[in-house]
Design a protein around this ligand. Structure first.
Ligand SMILES: [Zn+2]
Length: 240
């Protein structure tokens, strides 16, 4: 923490000198050039403020943004020198402190990188290297996954084989069960041909609509017409 707070203070001071120098340069300009450079100045101020705020949460991104901003600022100062031919104290201040600031950025980026490589050994890096983590871990994960998939496939194959074997073993049993079912079905079709109603004293074929409408408690079953008639039931139209 101390290291980073020292470099944070040093960086703030360097940036202060850089920006003051650059402001003097910009306000010496006139016309469109002034407007353009004023906009650039505002962008530089915004970028460095953003970077200084980011440094706390994400060192690498913060320092990288600062470095990029400083390089642009140095290039712009050099560009202005070429255009105007002026090179005064303000220019020297801006460029010298820009390079000092860049040096601080460079040191901190190296520290951040070292911390990351140490951190990799201890525990997965939290935020600041999301892209570096993936290619390293993916192959291992996919290996494990592959192994598991293969295991599962083998398991499933074994399961299927067992199922087949079981089915083959059960095949005769199943056949018996089916035969029994068929027998029951055939018995059902042989079931009473005639249904008489205790209420109406008439009897119907079992397929007749009236037979189906009868209440169960009133149903009396007969296998032959004669028996039904002997019992005192009259044949309905459905009985021929
Ligand atoms: Zn009938």
């Amino acid at each position: 923490m101390e290291k980073s707070s020292i470099s944070f203070i040093a960086m703030s001071l360097a940036l202060l000198f850089v920006l003051v120098g650059f402001i003097i340069i910009v306000f010496d300009l006139s016309g469109l050039m002034f407007v353009f450079e004023l906009i650039l100045l505002l962008i530089f101020i915004f970028l460095s403020a953003f970077a200084m705020l980011t440094v706390h949460s994400n060192e690498k991104r913060g320092w990288t943004t600062l470095g990029a901003t400083l390089v642009l600022l140095i290039l712009d100062t050099f560009f202005l020198f070429l255009l105007t031919g002026l090179f005064g104290t303000a220019h020297i201040t801006t460029i010298v402190f820009s390079f000092i600031a860049l040096f601080i950025v460079f040191i901190n980026l190296r520290i951040a990188r070292d911390d990351e490589s140490e951190a990799v050994d201890d525990e997965p890096v939290k935020e600041y290297y999301p892209y570096a983590e993936k290619p390293e871990e993916k192959p291992e994960i996919s290996k494990d996954e592959l192994k598991q998939e293969i295991k599962e496939e083998v398991k499933e194959e074994v399961k299927e084989e067992i199922k087949k074997e079981m089915e083959e073993e059960k095949a005769p049993e199943k056949a018996e069960v089916k035969k029994a079912e068929i027998r029951i079905k055939s018995r059902k079709t042989v079931m009473p041909k005639f249904v008489a109603s205790a209420e109406t004293k008439k009897f119907h074929t079992s397929k007749c609509g009236w037979a189906r409408l009868m209440k169960r408690k009133n149903k009396i079953f007969f296998n032959s017409r004669k028996r039904a008639q002997k019992a005192g039931f009259k044949a309905h139209e459905c009985v021929k």
